[in-house]
Design a protein around this ligand. Sequence first.
Ligand code: G4P
Length: 523
Amino acid sequence: MNAISDRRTFAIISHPDAGKTTLTEKLLYFGGAIHLAGEVKARGANRRARSDWMKIEQQRGISVTSSVMTFEKDGITFNLLDTPGHEDFSEDTYRTLTAVDSAVMVIDVAKGIESQTRKLFEVCRLRNVPIITFVNKVDREGREVFEILDEVANLLQLDVTPMTWPVGMGSDFEGVFDLVSNRLLLPEGPSRDYKGKVIQTTGLDDPQLDAILKPANLAKLREDVELAGVGYPEFDAEAYRNGDLTPVYFGSALKEFGVDSLIDALARHAPPPHALPAEPAPVSPDANQVTGFVFKVQANMDPNHRDRIAFMRLCSGVFKRGMKLTPTGHGKPIAIHSPILFFAQQRELADEAYPGDIIGIPNHGTLRVGDTLSERADVRFTGLPNFAPEILRRVALKDPTKTKQLRKALDDMAEEGVTQVFYPEIGSNWIIGVVGQLQLEVLLSRLDAEYKVDAGLEMAPYETARWVSADNVVDLKAFTDLNRGAMAKDRDGNPVFMAKSAWEVGYIADRYPKVKFAATRER
Ligand code: G4P
């Protein structure tokens, strides 16, 4: 076994309700055993019992936190990074996507590509994350297979290669034909635990098929697959790994159907950890020294302790418990005595981790999202984005003696990436920015529960913000001097231009061609 080539670190992207949670559960089930850091979205009473560390989770019944789940199958270690499913809470999701080597895109067969899927896909594209598509819910009435394939191809500008093909759909659903192995996958057993039956055929002309499938379904299958052979390119592993082509699998997560084909596809085609962008040079996973970066920080998981967990993706070297790593750019080396490793089954592995694995590092606020940790001091991973906030609010403190606590809370949460904070150059009304409404509720709830600060949010006279820079400092200074009333600093002191509308951003950008207005900022 090769620890690097046998690892698959991936995430599932989808629109709420497409079936991500169900698929996650089934993947873990197929993978045998699981350790859950956080939880797969728990239901009913379980939900309340399991995630009582955060009120908002109970109130909204959604999973706000990312979690990491590791499972093994046939010698391959899969690290599945779960991401918050809620439409509004996507910044965390975006960052999680910087820590994976590939993604599975789940689409509802009746709905096709939805808004959230598309946004997340764009983030994957920015980083050339290769995508396997799983078209879910084929046990229900859905759209024509061609329609779905063409939608993926056209909306996402990707080549698509169908790897399996559903036989009938909805009430007429008979099974899935695997076009690569020529196996017919048939559901068997009562619907809740549909055990699959596999029939090896010699191809679509195999007479066995006539005996099993309804004549109309079989005729359509043969005709469709022939057409598809002409209309879509053959699977090309390199095009997939470059993010130019997506292999498409059909199935039903609920009925456990097609999930094993998906795991096989991940094992066979998805890339193992590879070199990641860094300064001064990309870091290869087989480099000897341990390096990694923090893509998520979660504070106050236990209300009795002020500790936070920093989730670090290991990028190179073999991590051993007790090892000393230095956060690049600030701080002294820290000895990592009690890392949280997400293996449940293999206790003997619990003291070691390999590139592609995620390590939870308890700390008191020293580690921040975007930090590189390494045995060598001169490396910094790049490309962890901050997103331009879409909602800006002024924070109104009800008790003025709590200014210090408020500032600490806002800084803490900016560090974690829950919200962004902007300190205007003029005036003392601090402004927070989020990409989704739910983040505002998280902020208020945590201000109250964790920092005992009673604050409200008011409309701000701005709608969006852009990080500004210029090649020549003189140009930047000229711009900021003339627009002082709209300038602020972010948590790290970077200059930010606050705009009344997206239109204003465009207008100002035209007038100051030497100034760059960035909607994302790398940490
Ligand atoms: P999400 O995490 O992407 O938001 O979706 P989730 O898995 O929670 O699934 C959303 C709904 O779709 C659930 O129904 C789930 O049972 C259903 N579902 C998921 N996969 C399939 C599938 O392959 N076929 C069919 N027919 N349904 C599927 P729900 O009624 O909202 O929840 P529940 O009461 O069943 O838990």
